[in-house]
Ligand binder design. Structure first.
Ligand code: NAP
Length: 317
């Protein structure tokens, strides 16, 4: 391979059966405000397959939001990083590009990699970790000793949400399938409800904050579970859950209970916060499966099945 090309996984609408093709492409060149990162690991998010399905294709046709790698070179205005620095980043708001050997990223999309984490562990942090943080802290206004319910505790966002809610001092109940019960306990949840055995909406207990990461439970059932002044935050799940929350959340928020929807935004300060917690061992990424870059289509398909335990990562270098 010459120095002007790199391996990447490129979206090709006409390809079949997989539209994600491992191939040689032109290596990106960093702009004046950009950092060229040699990617060591990436991770897959629902944002990858959901954007793909909605026809929201990145300009370079390379998906992948999360990256962990080494700074190869920098643009002339870059101040925060130098070649050789180990970094992580979320490229979802700046054109994706993580399913590749190199990405050019604005410096504000990156922070230093937490020391002590492997690159693939670090690549699991950005999008899912920041989403969990923004749902609990910014939308949910989480407070110490609150009762918090995390629905969909077993996946990428859910595993961070459970740990962060504990970090913020809440009493946490996680809802997940049978295969994730032990893991959810091990992440610190005080109570775990296996949704295959028990209907959590029948819980006699009320909650101050509900974070709905997955599933498609009716909004009215969530509202019933909220304590007075309680807050429900829709993060994701079945399209029905997302649309209903966006359409009817305001109407169900007319009393003291609030029914909100999250649209996470990548943010350097929040990513720094998550990286520091991981470096200090206060949160840890849970990795279900690891794939090489050439098997990205398989990795995305696996995540799309909806039952990953924690994160699915790509080892690239
Ligand atoms: N609003 C935003 O800004 C934002 C940002 C990021 C992600 N999202 C959305 O958040 C959702 C979750 O993302 P993710 O990365 O965490 O996905 P993920 O890792 O693919 O989630 C998989 C997990 O979901 C669990 N699950 C599946 N069906 C469930 C159900 N009915 N009840 C409870 N748990 C269930 C599975 O556990 P079991 O096998 O135990 O069922 C599995 O562990 C996606 O819909 C994504 O689009 C939204």
């Amino acid at each position: 391979m010459d120095t002007k090309t790199m391996k990447a996984v490129v979206y090709n609408k006409k390809a079949s059966p997989d539209r994600l093709i491992y191939q040689d492409v032109e290596k990106p060149a960093p702009g004046d405000n950009e950092v060229l990162v040699r990617i060591v690991a990436s991770s897959v998010n629902a944002a990858d397959y959901r954007s793909m399905r909605m026809g929201m294709i990145p300009k370079r046709k390379i998906f992948g939001a999360d990256i962990a790698g080494r700074v190869e070179s920098i643009g002339k205005n870059v101040r925060q990083f130098k070649p050789g620095d180990e970094v992580i980043g979320d490229l979802a708001d700046c054109g994706f590009g993580g399913f590749a050997e190199y990405a050019a990223a604005p410096e504000k999309a990156l922070v230093l990699k937490p020391a002590g984490l492997m690159f693939d562990e670090a690549a699991a942090l950005p999008l899912a970790g920041v989403t969990a943080l923004q749902s609990l802290r910014d939308k949910g206004n989480i407070q110490k000793e609150q009762k918090v319910l995390i629905v969909g505790a077993g996946g990428g966002v859910g595993t961070f949400a459970v740990q962060l809610a504990k970090y913020f001092g809440a009493t946490v109940t996680g809802v997940c399938g049978a295969g994730n019960v032990e893991q959810t306990h091990s992440l610190g949840a005080d109570h775990v409800i296996d949704y295959t055995k028990e209907d959590f909406t029948k819980s006699p207990e009320g909650f101050d904050l509900i974070v709905a990461v997955n599933g498609s439970t009716p909004l009215t059932a969530y509202r019933r579970l909220l304590n007075p002044d309680g807050v429900y935050v829709m993060v994701g799940g079945a399209l029905l859950q997302i649309f209903k929350s966006l359409l009817f959340g305001w109407a169900l928020s007319l009393g003291s209970k609030k029914m909100l929807s999250l649209a996470a935004k990548s943010n350097q300060k929040d990513l720094q916060f998550i990286a520091k917690l991981a470096e200090d061992g206060r949160i840890r990424p849970v990795i279900d499966r690891r794939y090489p870059l050439e098997k990205t289509a398989e990795a995305v398909r696996y995540l799309d099945e909806g039952h990953a335990r924690g994160k699915v990562v790509l080892n690239i270098e």
